[in-house]
Ligand binder design. Structure first.
Ligand SMILES: [Zn+2]
Length: 327
């Protein structure tokens, strides 16, 4: 039986939560340190090509459980173009393509059209990895990914582990093994097979939805590892996606291409909470930095999804704004 609500239902629920949050006495926040003090590990699981519609329709018991025990951003807007490199880069770099310069899948560090606004000593626009390594040099950090090209989007000299795997299953099992053996502070991972199924079978086809269900079972392998490592109470799981799709592709401006879900679940995060605020691709890096209690570079433009964290109220907008209820 489906546990997720319809989009319309969710929009109404979001609106209700927003009203509650703006009309009731606010919880007092003890400041960033108190709110995030219990978060020792942040594990990002990236599912390439997972659309909001795909998460809603596929059989995903593990992610449904993360949603019940966490916060769901049901309609995150991608950057343009809605292709992989600009969006993964925007997640890692806290800013959009016009700022970090990764404007297409053809991008290479030594061959691109647009220079980043600023670079660090690794010649990259500063990634979340570089911020963690600079401010927590003792932290164990892992970049584990299925799409080999993902590896060019961050400073390869920085992570404790930088590894590309041939299949989604190998990637997930390696992540689980790394968690159980090393209990690293930070993992950013990427599973590529949902995107591949979108290209092969078409988005929202049976083959695509089966791939989403498979991604869910791999999420289960990773969350089981967190439990086995006995760090469940101090770990924030962050599910992200880079774009959706339409027919057999993506990269354009159709709402089905540019709308993806994020899930935050675990340590420090509210439970069963539909995030009532707008969330964008470049909010990922600032959210991770917020969870670790670190300082973000000035050059970043994303905002931490602060209201997903316990004790922090939803933002109160000075304008009355309407979100479209469905797409
Ligand atoms: Zn992609």
């Amino acid at each position: 039986m489906k546990t997720k609500q319809s989009y319309q239902g969710f929009a109404l629920l979001s609106a209700a939560v927003f009203l509650l949050n703006t009309s009731c006495a606010q919880l007092s926040s003890g400041g960033t340190k108190d709110v995030t003090a219990g978060i020792k590990h942040v594990y990002v699981i990236g599912i390439d090509g997972l659309s909001s519609e795909g998460l809603n329709k596929a059989k995903t018991p593990y992610m449904d459980s993360l949603i019940r025990n966490g916060a769901l951003c049901d309609r995150v807007r991608t950057v343009l173009p809605s292709s992989s490199s600009p969006n993964w880069a925007s997640m890692l770099m806290g800013a959009g393509p016009e700022i970090h310069g990764i404007t297409s899948n053809e991008w290479k560090l030594n061959k691109h059209d647009l220079e980043p606004v600023v670079t660090n000593d690794q010649a990259y626009f500063p990634t979340v990895l570089s911020v963690i390594c600079a401010q927590r040099p003792e932290a164990k950090t892992g970049m584990l990914y299925h799409w080999d090209e993902f590896g060019r989007l961050f400073e390869s000299a920085l992570p404790s582990v930088d590894k590309h795997f041939r299949t989604e299953e190998e990637t997930a099992k390696a992540i689980a093994g790394y968690i159980k053996e090393e209990k690293p502070e930070f993992i950013f991972s990427q599973l590529d097979h949902v995107d591949a199924a979108g290209h092969q079978f078409g988005h929202m086809t049976r083959g695509y939805l089966d791939a989403v269900a498979r991604a869910d079972s791999l999420v289960g392998i990773i969350t089981d590892a967190v439990r086995e490592a006995k760090i469940e109470d101090e770990t924030l799981i962050f599910i992200v996606s880079d774009h959706g799709g339409i027919n057999r592709g993506h990269g354009g401006t159709n709402i089905k291409e540019v709308t993806v879900p994020f899930i935050l679940s675990g340590a420090g995060i509210k439970k069963n909470y539909p995030v009532p605020a707008e969330v964008y691709m470049y909010d990922v890096a600032p959210t991770i930095i917020f969870a670790f209690g670190l300082k973000a570079p000035h050059a970043w433009r994303g905002k931490a999804i602060e209201c997903a964290f316990e004790g922090i109220e939803a933002p109160q907008d000075p304008l009355h704004l309407t979100r479209p209820s469905t797409f």
